[in-house]
Design a protein around this ligand. Structure first.
Ligand code: GLN
Length: 549
């Protein structure tokens, strides 16, 4: 358990990032990009995301409102921004790196109920703010620099206790150990002039709660004009050199290159007093730049058959496909196929695709379309990757269309099905609290030698992140495996990976490999899938008798 003690001698550096004017300015990406450059310069960097909402975690949140729920290795269900930090910084984070109002209040209220406050009146200041500061310090432990991003916009009621905590935090640390960065919008007037007034107002709001930004980053279509920078500097009381641009770039992976070009990383190191400890420029890690600027030869079209017509709802899948594309040297275009409307409208798009991905999900809406898409991929030898619900629907498709059990289904989607190929395990039926049966986080899978799964992973085991309740029904395995489908990865009686033996690439995983994919370490199932799309991998030609056993 975390302690309330803190050693002020540790000398860590903190970068606090707030947002102004409006949300959705990409301050997380700017922060993660700055962190990446510090890492390239030899520093150990971590990040904390503060989400001022009242939810304890993102587990119950609808992807339509908040984008995908990202899963960490310890099973924490968190905001998708943590995925960006993991991908940009190349680190594995934990539940402690996502602080929410719900989490903090729950802890403080529990302590109050336990009598830990010894009869004191429990208040936002100091009890909640102390708890927030403790969490930040603990998450930063063992690193050189910790980036703390406050979600939302300055002025939101919910973020007040967090901003007050940051104010206290800064005054408790040594001068020069904490930097405040404020990211705002710089809009254009009708005649194309960059307007600084919203930034000025937003900084005024920050100052009214005792925070003076050290660095301002202006989000605009183009770079900020020198005159715009000067004006912001003058009105916000920072040197000209502390104002940076954050213009549009073709892809978020280009943001670190842009931040470097602007010199934000150097300025941060200078202000934090760590410039002398940074690696000389010629010795810095250059892999990121090489990866994102490498030549691509051609492109492929991948159908993503899901129910949320919102890119953020499948963010990690988009990213994982991109990583596989980087490794294979091709661009990956995603053709969105709405599983709800697939049969009427989107079938053509499926046919235009070079490969089909069916992602995870909950609930029955759109599952008919997903099953049809899987059938199409299976019958036409089109490479297929099924993830979690997509894996489960591949089992249902096999039972219905290959084994002839027309009513086969998942008990989650049709509790009355006479042939529940996907079901809760018996012990799970005993736990009825909502969420109580969810299997979360990193678990090991044993992989059979000589299978496509082994070829994909290059190993006979893998560790991937999970988020599901239902499993392949262990009583039906023999029949399910009787016509070319094979469960090539298992965790005791849980089926983790499936493949077809007479198809170029038909691969499903009960886990979510997308959460471990990184720009410089593409996820094996995504890489295998893309190689199959490019004709470089064919399960039928693995040259191993056991594959077709
Ligand atoms: N709804 C399915 C289950 O709970 C799949 C979950 C998912 O795709 N993340 O098992």
């Amino acid at each position: 358990m975390p302690t309330d003690e803190y050693d002020p001698e540790m000398g860590r550096k903190f970068i606090f990032v707030t947002g102004g004017v409006m949300s959705g300015l990409g301050k997380g990406i700017t922060a993660a990009s700055t962190g990446r450059l510090l890492k390239n310069a030899g520093f150990d960097v971590t990040a904390v995301k503060i989400d001022p909402y009242l939810n304890v975690d993102a587990g119950t949140m609808n992807p339509y409102e908040h984008g995908e729920v990202y899963v960490l290795k310890d099973g924490a269900e968190v905001d998708l921004d943590l995925g960006n930090y993991e991908r940009f910084l190349g680190i594995d984070m934990t539940a402690d790196h996502n602080i929410t109002t719900g989490k903090t209040y729950q802890h403080v209220i529990q302590k109050e109920r336990d009598g830990d406050y010894l009869g004191k009146t429990v208040q936002i200041i100091p009890h909640v703010t102390e708890d927030i500061k403790r969490r930040i310090r603990e998450a930063a432990e063992g690193t050189d620099v910790c980036i703390v991003e406050v979600g939302g916009t300055v002025g939101d009621i919910e973020s007040m206790p967090f901003l007050e905590s940051l104010r206290q935090f800064a005054s408790e640390e040594e001068d020069g150990d904490v930097l405040f960065t404020h990211v705002t919008l710089v809009p254009y007037s009708k005649n194309g002039e960059q307007k600084t007034k919203p930034t000025q107002h937003s900084v005024k709001e920050l100052r009214s709660i005792g925070l003076q930004p050290d660095i301002l980053v202006g989000r605009a279509d183009d770079k900020l004009e020198p005159a715009t920078k000067s004006k912001i500097a003058q009105f916000c009381d920072v040197p000209d050199a502390a104002v940076f641009s954050n213009p549009d770039v073709p892809d978020i992976y280009h943001v670190p290159l842009m931040v470097e070009e602007e010199g934000l990383d150097e300025y941060v190191m200078e202000r934090l007093g760590i410039a002398d400890e940074a690696l000389p420029k010629a010795e810095r890690d250059n892999r990121w730049r090489e990866l994102v600027t490498a030549d691509r030869t051609g492109s492929v079209d991948i159908a993503l058959v899901g129910k949320y017509a919102l890119e953020d709802a499948y963010m990690s899948i988009h990213e994982a496909l991109k990583h596989a594309g980087i490794e294979c040297g091709v661009d990956v275009n995603i053709l969105w196929v709405d599983s709800d409307e697939m049969l009427d409208k989107h079938e053509e798009r499926l046919k235009d695709a070079d490969g089909v991905v069916v992602p995870g999900g909950f609930g029955s809406r759109g599952t008919g379309g997903k099953i049809e898409a899987i059938r199409y991929a299976r019958e036409n030898d089109v490479p297929f990757l099924g993830l979690c619900l997509g894996f489960q629907m591949a089992v249902v498709e096999q039972a219905r269309n290959v084994l002839g059990h027309e009513d086969a289904h998942s008990a989650e989607l049709d509790p009355e099905t006479p042939y529940p190929v996907i079901d809760l395990l018996p012990e799970q039926y005993e736990v009825d609290e909502m969420g109580g049966t969810m299997r979360l986080g990193a678990h090991d899978t044993d992989i059979d030698a000589g299978t496509l799964a082994e070829a994909v992973y290059g190993d006979t085991s893998c560790t991937e992140r999970h988020r599901h309740r239902y499993e392949v029904n262990p009583e039906l395995i023999d029949e399910l495996e009787s016509e070319g489908l094979r469960f090539s990865g298992r965790a005791e009686n849980r089926m983790e990976i499936l493949e077809l033996t007479d198809h170029p690439f038909f691969f499903g995983t009960q886990f979510h490999p997308e959460f471990r994919s990184r720009p410089d370490r593409a996820s094996p199932p995504f890489l295998g899938f893309l190689r199959a799309v490019l004709g470089e991998l064919d399960a039928r030609e693995l040259g191993n008798e056991e594959v077709t056993a």
